[in-house]
Design a protein around this ligand. Structure first.
Ligand SMILES: [Zn+2]
Length: 124
């Protein structure tokens, strides 16, 4: 790792963490799928609904982890293109504290919390 840019280092570390989380969740999903295949009747009893719930839960977590990984990749691209830390919404500099907490943030706090601009991460 070059390590010339501290921001890039933070993003690389976050990327490694996100990658291992995605791998972990994929393995978990495979394990759930295999246990369902081993006991196909499970879908129809009480245990089965637990399996279905677990699969839905892990799938949801995996989607979020993949999205986070994607956002970190984007942030790394912006970092290399020297546009990192600029708000996509208003073009202002994103506060350093915000970037420290959310290295993949693409918007300043004001734009991120503005109604109608959120990418749907917390959709219910
Ligand atoms: Zn903004």
């Amino acid at each position: 790792m070059p390590g010339s840019d501290p921001v890039e280092d933070v993003l690389c570390t976050a990327r490694n963490e996100a990658t291992s989380l995605v791998e972990e969740l994929r393995e978990e999903l495979t394990a759930i799928a295999e246990s369902t295949r081993a006991n196909p009747d499970d879908e129809h009893d009480v245990e089965g609904s637990t399996v279905a719930f677990e699969r839905a839960r892990v799938t949801g977590l995996l989607r979020m982890a993949e999205l986070a990984l994607h956002q970190i990749d984007d942030a790394l691209d912006r970092c290399r293109a020297k546009t990192y830390g600029r708000c996509e919404g208003c073009g202002a500099r994103i506060a350093a504290e915000r970037l420290a907490a959310l290295p993949a943030a693409t918007r300043c706090r004001a734009c991120a919390t503005a109604p109608g601009t959120h990418p749907g991460l917390h959709r219910r």
